[in-house]
Design a protein around this ligand. Structure first.
Ligand code: ATP
Length: 310
């Protein structure tokens, strides 16, 4: 087990930010911590890293208790924090060299690692740039390079793609998968369910300081009743027909707006076929039809009653 968190409780005054949280991360995973803003992801990460004191519970990393002075353990951990933390007066190269130097003392070895990290995040043309000359996306990439240059076995990234352009975002996500393929275990926190679905091999869904569900995306989706969402373009649907469709057994919610009928099903079989038969039998003409599998947002909605999206 790479990380083992048992019964973690962290309070800020009256507020319980992390509430009896249990979390196990296994070697080789890309583990996703998915939850809305304020659900306690950063607080959990900061407790795991011993950057924050907590009120209750135990935390082990690589099988050993994590404490503020666990320097040997920290050598094996790479951290990419939510807020970019680099020195403004140092260049791109110097920043990465500084952070790598906290763990790698040999100059030649460090030079090779810094160059490798620069290539890895695609900052070859910006080595001598000061951070203030970099775009938001490039700054994030520098932040990542600083966290991973020393080749840690465990890499923790806290919302590394917030406010990043799509090109840098893809580069970051692909980079994380590559680090994992090279052997690093990854913990990735995000409130973007698409990203978590795309790269994570196992996911914990978090809300109000608790993990509500944990599993692969397939396991999480299998937990919920809502089977699919169907969209049908219909130019003229009467209220009477809408009510009949809404009253079907497996229909959990319908919404008709801007010529589109949206139906959420909870279970049932051949839902789409039955719907289209109904429309045809009643002379209701329709255009485009799409059917979507449940998303992690549907899982979140089902277990919390609210949307994961901002
Ligand atoms: N230093 C602090 N003092 C008081 N309350 C805090 C502090 N840090 C966080 N909180 C509160 O604790 C809760 C959890 O915050 P946390 O930052 O861990 O959530 P998060 O899921 O990481 O969200 P975000 O993505 O917005 O950072 C929130 O209600 C937040 O307002």
């Amino acid at each position: 087990m790479v990380i083992n968190v048992q019964n973690l409780v962290k309070r800020y005054g009256e507020l319980v930010a992390v509430d009896h949280l249990n979390l196990q991360v296994r070697e080789g995973e890309i583990f996703g911590l998915l939850g809305p803003n304020g659900s306690g992801k950063s607080t959990t990460i900061n407790c795991i890293l011993s950057l924050l004191k907590y009120d209750k519970g135990s935390i082990e990393v690589f099988g050993k208790p994590m404490t503020p002075t666990s320097y040997a353990l920290k050598r094996d951990i790479g951290i990419v924090m939510q807020n970019v933390a680099v020195f403004n007066e140092l260049t791109v190269y110097e920043n990465i060299n500084y952070f790598c130097g906290l763990y790698i003392k040999d100059k030649e070895e460090r030079r090779a690692l810094v160059e490798e990290a620069i290539r890895f995040v695609g900052l070859e043309d910006f080595k001598r740039f000061l951070p203030k000359k970099l775009s938001g996306g490039l700054l994030r990439r520098l932040n990542i390079a600083c966290g991973i240059a020393h080749k840690p076995k465990l890499i923790i990234l806290d919302e590394p793609t917030v406010a990043v352009d799509p090109q840098s975002r893809n580069a970051i996500l692909e980079g994380i998968q590559k680090l994992n393929a090279e052997g690093a275990t990854i913990v990735y926190t995000s409130h973007y369910m698409e990203e978590v679905e795309q790269i994570c091999t196992r996911i914990a869904i978090m809300d109000k300081g608790k993990t509500l569900a944990m599993g692969t995306k397939e396991e999480l989706k299998a937990m919920i009743r809502s089977a699919e969402t169907v969209h049908v373009e219909i130019f003229d649907l009467s209220d009477a027909h809408l009510r009949i469709i809404e009253a079907q057994d497996s229909v959990s919610k319908v919404h008709y707006q801007n010529n589109f009928l949206e139906i959420h099903y909870s279970g049932g079989k051949n839902n789409l076929m039955q719907l289209l038969n109904y429309l045809q039998n009643n002379g209701i003409s329709f255009g485009r039809v799409t059917s979507e599998e449940p998303t992690l947002n549907d899982v979140f909605l089902e277990i919390t009653g609210k949307e994961l999206r901002d």
